[in-house]
Design a protein around this ligand. Structure first.
Ligand SMILES: [Zn+2]
Ligand SMILES: [Zn+2]
Length: 155
């Protein structure tokens, strides 16, 4: 026994349709896959591409911190870090780009750890800071004071 979904037009087994007593035959007109898709689209905040990307970033950052055996690991969302720092690079004090799509730009916003993970730093909001891509990369694992001192020597 199968039924045709009014949304995708596919004939599917009855079990693929949610029970709905208000509908003829006691089943929903749309298949479960189409209902899930509709629910997904109805949740605009959680399901935009950008929001998913941020969650993905937070997850990857957490995993990376765990791989360093960081003493404390919490879920850090980079937008929270950037907003907390006013979109200012903590290394050079200049504004970072707010456009997260332009991530290869040397002025792109990145999250750095004030105390590097490799130096036993934690992955927490308190230890996460905003840095330009260029500043973050040139700093590598130096702590920021060492970095600034080296820069002064080099200049
Ligand atoms: Zn369908
Ligand atoms: Zn900078």
């Amino acid at each position: 026994m199968s039924k045709r979904c009014t949304k995708c037009g596919q004939a599917k087994p009855l079990e693929e349709f949610g029970k709905d007593r208000s509908k003829k035959g006691g089943r929903a007109y749309r298949c479960l896959a189409c209902e899930r898709e509709r629910d997904r689209q109805r949740d605009p905040v959680r399901n935009t591409t950008a929001a998913r990307r941020e969650e993905q970033w937070a997850k990857m950052a957490t995993q990376r911190a765990r791989s360093f055996d960081a003493p404390a690991v919490e879920v850090v969302r980079r937008l929270d870090v950037f907003q907390a720092d006013g979109w200012i690079c903590y290394i050079c004090d200049d504004p970072v780009l707010r456009d997260l799509d332009d991530y290869l730009n040397p002025l792109a916003a990145t999250v750095d750890h004030a105390v590097a993970l490799s130096q036993g730093g934690s992955h927490t909001m308190a230890n996460c800071v905003t840095a330009h891509r260029r500043c973050n990369q040139s700093k590598s694992n130096l702590d920021v004071d060492d970095y600034l001192a080296n820069q002064a020597v080099a200049a």
